[in-house]
Structures are given as structure tokens and as C-alpha cells.
Design a protein around this ligand. Structure first.
Ligand SMILES: [Zn+2]
Length: 96
């Protein structure tokens, strides 16, 4: 079963679309790839707004935020990012 993406107009299998319970077929109009690109662009176009919103969310859901952060920090991805960040910090300290 294929569905046409409303953005790139390519016909892709259903698993290439995110779930959207509000739509008639239960899937997003855009494929995951286009949706990701759109979200990224939106974030870059509304950087301040997005940051503000995230900060607000973190303030309002402080415990949930901590929980997310702990979960992320103990995940492989989180560990990797922290290692990278630490290495970069060391590097810049050496440079200065
Ligand atoms: Zn697409």
C-alpha cells in the first residue's frame, strides 16, 4: 500500500508516514522525511519562540523534564553526546 506525500509528491509505503489520528487515514499528509525537514525549518525560523516554549514547558513540568533528562543521560545517545561535549570543552579550554 502506497500513499502520496503532500510535499515531495513521492508515493511511499505507509510505514514512511507518521501516525496522525486526526486524519481520515490515520497518517500524516507528509512523509517522515518531509515532516522532519519541515519541523527543522520551523524550528530554525522560530528559534526564539521554540526556545521560549521549551523553557516554559521545562518550568511547568520540571519533574518530568528531569526524568526525561535522566533517561536521556543514561541512554547510549545521551552518553555519546556528553562525551562529545566534554571532549569539545576540553579542546576549547586548551585553545584559550
Ligand atoms: Zn515527502
Amino acid at each position: 500500500m502506497l500513499k502520496q506525500c503532500a510535499s515531495c509528491l513521492k508515493r511511499k509505503p505507509y510505514d514512511q508516514f507518521s501516525v496522525n489520528n486526526a486524519s481520515w487515514d490515520g497518517l500524516q499528509r507528509l512523509c517522515k522525511e518531509c515532516d522532519k525537514a519541515r519541523a527543522k525549518k520551523y524550528y530554525q525560523d522560530n528559534l526564539e519562540q521554540c526556545r521560549e516554549k521549551r523553557k516554559q514547558w521545562q518550568d511547568e513540568n520540571y519533574e518530568l523534564h528531569l526524568e526525561h533528562q535522566n533517561k536521556y543521560n543514561s541512554s547510549e545517545k545521551g552518553k555519546k553526546t556528553r562525551r562529545k561535549f566534554r571532549a569539545r570543552k576540553k579542546f576549547t579550554e586548551k585553545e584559550v
